[in-house]
Design a protein around this ligand. Structure first.
Ligand SMILES: NC(=O)C1=CN([C@@H]2O[C@H](COP(=O)(O)OP(=O)(O)OC[C@H]3O[C@@H](n4cnc5c(N)ncnc54)[C@H](OP(=O)(O)O)[C@@H]3O)[C@@H](O)[C@H]2O)[C@@H](O)CC1
Ligand SMILES: [K+]
Length: 511
C-alpha cells in the first residue's frame, strides 16, 4: 500500500472532486459517515459521554459533521470548537451551520476558557488538527492537548493525532494528542511507523473514503507499506523437478571466540529460509560447536583460532552473508578488506561487517553493487552519521544508498528497507523480537533468499517480512518475553505456511 505525503493527499482530494463531480463538502460527508459507522457499529447506541474537540479547518469539519450523525442517533455528545484561528474552512462552516440548525450549540474554546471536565470512562474524539498542521500549536491549545492526554479517557483521533505533523517530528512531544486509536482517511501516514512519532498512537485503521483510484494507482510515492498483498507476488515457489543445487549455496562468514552462536543462528536461518546448501566460514574455535549443533551445514575454518584473519572460500557461493560476531580486530579488518576486493556479486553485510565499513569508509567502494546492509540503530549512526530526527535519518539513509548503490535495512519496530529514493515499510514483527541474535537470523534469511534467486532488494523486503512473521507466529506460543532468536528460526516454516494460507481458509474450516 502506498504511503502518500500530505500534499499528495490534497492532490488526491482535488482530483477526486473533479473526476467524480462532487463537492468538497460531499467528500467530508463521506469521511464523517465512515467515522460514524465505525463508532456506531462498536457502541451500538451506548450512552457513554462523547466529547468531540473540533478545530476550525477540515479536520474540525469532519468532527463537527460526525457530531451531527452521533446526535441524530441519540448519542450523548458534547461538542467543543477549538477556536485557534479566524481562518475557518468553508466546509467546517457548512457543517457548523448544520449543527446549529439542529439546535446544537458547541462550546467555543479559546485562550481564556476553562478546560472541560472529562472522566476516564468518557470517549474523546480528537478532530483539532489534521494533516494541515504546519506550526507548533499555541500555548493554550497545547495546554488543552495535555489536558486531554491526562484524562485517561479513550481517545479516537480523526486522520492523525492532533499536534503531530505529517512530515517532521513534533515541536514538543507533550503537545501531541496520545491517541488510543486513529481512524486515518484512505492511506496510512508515514509518521505512524517511525520510532519517534509512532508512539503517539496505539492503533490505526484506514477508512476508505473513495479517493479516486486512478490517482492512487498512478501516483508514485517515496514510501510503500509492505503487507501480504505486496509480498505474495515476490514469492518464488519451489519447483517439483528441482534439487538442492537449484536453491543455491550460501556462505555465512563471521564469528570469533565466544561469538560463534551468531554464525550458528545465521546459518540455521539461512537453511530454514530455503537455501539449498549452507557453508559457515568461522575461526577454528567454532568448528566443533557448528558441526554438532547443525548437522545440515558444512563448515570451513580460518587458520586462526579465535578470530577471522583470512577469508578463503574455495568455490563461488551463490550468496554470502558476512559480519555477525566477527569482531573488529586489525587482522579481521584486513581480511574483510581483501575479501571485499575479491567478491563480485551482491552480499549481505551485518554487525561487525558494518562497523568495519564505518571505521574504514574507504572500503565502501569495494562493496559489490546492490549489497544489503542490515544495521541496528547504533550501526546505522556509525555509517550515516547522527540525525536530527527520523525524517532526517531516512533522508541520510537514502543518500547513502544512492551514493553507494546499496540496500539498507533500517531495523526497528517497523523495519524500513531503503533503496535509493524509495523506502519499504514492514508491517510484521513484534517487541518479542527485540532479543539477542534476532538480527543474525535476519541476515541469514536474506542470504538464504538471495541464494534461491531473489534479487537483493526483493530478498531484503521479503526477508524482513518473513522474519517478522516468524516472530509473530513465535510469540503466539512463546510470549513476548520468552521468544528467542532460535524460536524465530523454528517458526520460519510456519511463517511460509502462514504466507501461503489462502485468506479464507479459516472461514472454510469453521463451516
Ligand atoms: N483529502 C482527504 O483525505 C480529506 C481530508 N479531510 C480532512 O481534512 C484534513 C485537513 O484539513 P485542513 O487542510 O483544513 O487542515 P487542518 O489540519 O484541519 O488544519 C486547519 C488549518 O489550521 C492552520 N494551522 C496549522 N497549524 C496551526 C497551528 N499550529 N495553529 C493554528 N492554526 C494552524 C492551517 O492553516 P493556515 O493558518 O496555515 O493557513 C490549517 O490549514 C484532514 O486531516 C482530514 O481530516 C476530510 O475532510 C475529507 C477529505
Ligand atoms: K486529529
Amino acid at each position: 500500500m502506498k504511503i502518500f505525503t500530505a500534499s499528495q493527499i490534497y492532490e488526491a482530494d482535488k482530483f477526486t472532486i473533479n473526476k467524480q463531480q462532487i463537492t468538497s463538502d460531499a467528500l467530508m460527508e463521506r469521511a464523517a459517515t465512515k467515522l460514524f459507522d465505525w463508532m456506531h457499529s462498536r457502541l451500538q447506541g451506548a450512552q457513554v459521554k462523547i466529547h468531540l474537540f473540533c478545530g476550525i479547518g477540515n479536520n474540525g469539519g469532519d468532527g463537527v459533521a460526525l457530531a451531527r450523525h452521533l446526535h441524530e442517533h441519540g448519542y450523548d455528545i458534547a461538542v467543543y470548537v477549538v477556536n485557534y484561528s479566524e481562518k475557518r474552512s468553508k466546509d467546517f462552516l457548512i457543517n457548523l451551520d448544520r449543527l446549529k440548525e439542529r439546535k446544537l450549540w458547541p462550546e467555543f474554546l479559546d485562550s481564556d476558557c476553562s478546560l472541560p471536565e472529562i472522566t476516564p470512562n468518557d470517549i474523546i474524539v480528537d478532530a483539532i488538527f489534521g494533516i494541515g498542521l504546519n506550526r507548533a500549536p499555541d500555548a493554550w491549545v497545547a495546554n488543552l492537548i495535555k489536558h486531554l492526554n491526562s484524562s485517561s479517557a479513550f481517545v479516537l483521533s480523526v486522520d492523525i493525532p492532533s499536534g503531530l505533523p505529517s512530515n517532521r517530528s513534533p515541536w514538543d512531544g507533550e503537545h501531541v494528542v496520545r491517541a488510543s486509536y486513529v481512524l486515518s482517511f484512505q492511506v496510512p501516514k508515514l509518521v505512524f511507523f517511525l520510532p519517534e512519532t509512532g508512539v503517539y498512537q496505539n492503533q490505526w485503521e484506514i477508512l476508505d473514503i473513495g479517493l479516486d483510484s486512478e490517482f492512487l494507482v498512478k501516483t508514485d510515492t517515496d514510501y510503500e507499506l509492505i503487507g501480504r498483498p505486496e509480498i505474495m507476488p515476490m514469492y518464488r515457489p519451489r519447483l517439483k523437478f528441482s534439487h538442492k543445487g537449484t536453491y543455491g549455496h550460501s556462505v555465512i562468514i563471521g564469528g570469533s571466540y565466544g561469538k560463534i552462536g551468531a554464525v550458528q543462528l545465521a546459518s540455521n536461518a539461512c537453511l530454514s529460509a530455503g537455501s539449498g546448501l549452507v557453508t559457515a566460514f568461522v575461526p577454528e574455535c567454532g568448528y566443533h560447536s557448528l558441526q554438532t549443533s547443525i548437522p545440515e551445514i558444512m563448515v570451513l575454518t580460518d587458520d586462526a583460532d579465535d578470530s577471522i584473519s583470512e577469508i578463503d572460500i574455495p568455490f563461488v557461493p551463490t550468496a554470502i552473508g558476512v559480519g555477525m560476531g566477527m569482531g573488529t580486530k586489525d587482522e579481521t579488518i584486513k581480511a574483510f578488506g581483501s575479501f571485499l576486493k575479491k567478491v563480485e556479486t551482491s552480499i549481505v553485510i551485518d554487525a561487525d561487517g558494518l562497523n568495519i565499513l564505518a571505521k574504514q569508509p574507504n572500503l565502501l567502494k569495494d562493496v559489490p553493487k546492490q549489497s544489503v546492509l542490515t544495521p541496528h540503530p547504533k550501526e546505522l549512526e556509525r555509517l550515516i552519521g547522527k540525525w536530527k530526527d527520523d525524517f532526517d535519518k531516512l533522508e541520510k539513509a537514502k543518500s547513502f544508498s544512492m551514493k553507494n548503490d546499496c540496500i539498507i535495512v533500517i531495523k526497528g519496530a517497523h523495519s524500513i528497507t531503503v533503496y535509493k529514493d524509495k523506502g519499504f515499510v514492514n508491517t510484521t514483527g513484534n517487541p518479542g523480537m527485540a532479543t539477542a541474535g534476532s538480527g543474525d537470523v535476519l541476515t541469514g534469511m536474506i542470504t538464504g533468499l538471495m541464494a534461491q534467486g531473489y534479487a537483493p532488494l526483493q530478498a531484503a523486503i521479503f526477508g524482513v517480512y518473513l522474519h517478522g512473521l516468524a516472530g509473530d507466529v513465535g510469540v503466539s506460543t512463546a510470549g513476548y518475553e520468552a521468544l528467542k532468536a532460535s524460536g524465530i528460526i523454528e517458526n520460519i516454516g510456519n511463517a511460509y505456511m502462514e504466507l501461503l494460507r489462502p485468506p479464507n481458509k479459516e472461514n472454510e474450516e469453521k463451516v
